[in-house]
Design a binder for this molecule. Structure first.
Ligand SMILES: Cc1ncc(COP(=O)(O)O)c(C=O)c1O
Length: 399
């Protein structure tokens, strides 16, 4: 049994359900070969697993065609395929200040080197993006609207259906980064007007690292930005145009697909609302407990409706990294400190200049006892900070 209290589940969920470990182990021993390249039984089983997982995820997101579910290494890989495969010189894109660097950096690259113009819509004081603000930024050159479904810093879930409707009316591709929400919030790509959905396997879908994917609606075109082996039509000089080959290159991560399959199956067995409900109940306890500790500042947590079980805070007088170190060393609590790969969120919160915040992300295996230990730890650190026994005073922390 791991002695750590793991509250870094927004980075990756840990542990995974037992069935994920056992299925991965059994599958890889039995059929851990290159799928779709030959006709022997193990190869067929590996290919079948990949196809089953495509179908499972397509159903999970209410897509219509499993062939348009392409596997990638992670969400970053999927988001790069989307952004570089849609935008070209002279295009305009709209995004938000809630984005992760996996969206920001490809967009910055295109702005700096390929003449793509980008608007960054800020979130409001409660942490939500107003769809009307997105609508205002749309121009004749706008080709892509790309939005983080839920912030990995403040946990606010964005109104993607409203934004999607606006994009559909205007004929603009709407891409959603579901890294934090897939497995936590029901996603219906048809009802939500999502043209392209990017997800990662290792967070709330409860799979391992190294697998993610994207679902591309029929009728949406993503240019190919890579080429390589597909295992079929090897004599063709150009990479295959049809999905899923179009956006898949080289030997797929079948071990990852096996784990992802088992993770999603576990969620479906328990029910997504039961799994997320447990986490949000614990988040509510954490939020209420933190609110009562003098000197703790939380960010955009006033209205818990519409939040994932992710929240960030600072202790007045403490740098986030120091709080994280004390939690680790003295309380055996794992969390994440700093800018969380989402620098614009911290710019807007005013926390970038104090080196970010402390983030707790709750997972399906956390307990009330974990939350109570975390609250005791934070109360102790806040008390110490008050007495100036440790840490430099950071007077700019908004409390
Ligand atoms: C909102 C968001 N988008 C994208 C990513 C990137 O996910 P991955 O590192 O699995 O590519 C993350 C991971 O932290 C995230 O939280």
């Amino acid at each position: 049994m791991n002695p750590m209290i793991f509250l870094d589940n927004a980075a990756t969920t840990f542990p995974k359900p037992e069935s994920v470990y056992t299925f991965m182990d059994a599958f890889y021993r039995r059929a851990g070969v290159n799928p779709g390249r030959s006709g022997y039984d193990m190869c067929m089983e590996a290919g079948q697993l990949l196809d089953d997982t495509r179908r499972l995820l397509t159903r999970f997101f209410n897509g219509t065609d499993p062939n348009r579910l392409c596997f990638t290494y992670n969400a970053t890989d999927a988001l790069n395929l989307i952004i570089f495969g849609i935008l070209t010189e002279g295009d305009h894109a709209v995004t938000t200040t809630l984005e992760h660097n996996s969206v920001l950096r490809p967009l910055y690259h295109l702005s700096m080197f390929r003449g793509v113009d980008v608007d960054y819509v800020p979130f409001d004081g409660r942490g939500f993006v107003d769809p009307a603000e997105i609508r205002k930024r749309i121009r004749p050159q706008t080709r892509l609207v790309i939005v983080n479904h839920a912030s990995n810093v403040i946990g606010t879930i964005q109104p993607i259906r409203e934004i999607g409707r606006i994009c559909r009316e205007r004929g603009i591709v709407f891409a959603v980064d579901a890294s934090q929400t897939a497995g936590q919030v029901p996603i219906d790509v048809q009802a939500d007007f999502v043209d392209v959905l990017a997800f990662t396997g290792h967070k709330s879908l409860l799979g391992p690292t190294g697998i993610g994917g994207l679902y591309v609606r029929d009728g949406v075109t993503i240019r190919q930005t890579r080429a390589g082996g597909t295992g079929v039509r090897s004599a063709d000089r150009l990479h295959l145009e049809e999905y899923p080959y179009r956006l898949e290159y080289g030997t797929p991560n079948i071990l990852g697909a096996a784990g992802l399959n088992a993770g999603v199956t576990w969620i479906l067995d328990k029910g997504i609302s039961a799994v997320a409900g447990h986490e949000r109940d614990l988040a509510a306890q954490l939020r209420e407990g933190l609110r009562e500790i003098e000197g703790v500042a939380m960010y955009c947590q006033d209205d818990p409706a519409g939040h994932l079980s992710v929240l960030s805070f600072n202790i007045n007088g403490m740098e986030a990294a120091d709080t994280g170190t004390i939690l680790d060393v003295d309380y055996q609590i794992a969390c994440r400190t700093g800018l969380h790969c989402a620098p614009l969120v911290h710019d807007q919160l005013g926390t970038a200049r104090i080196k970010g915040a402390v983030r707790f992300g709750i997972g399906p295996f956390n307990t009330e006892a974990d939350i109570q230990t975390a609250l005791r730890g934070i109360a102790d650190i806040a008390e110490m900070a008050r007495h100036r026994r440790i840490g430099k005073p950071v007077s700019s922390v908004p409390v």
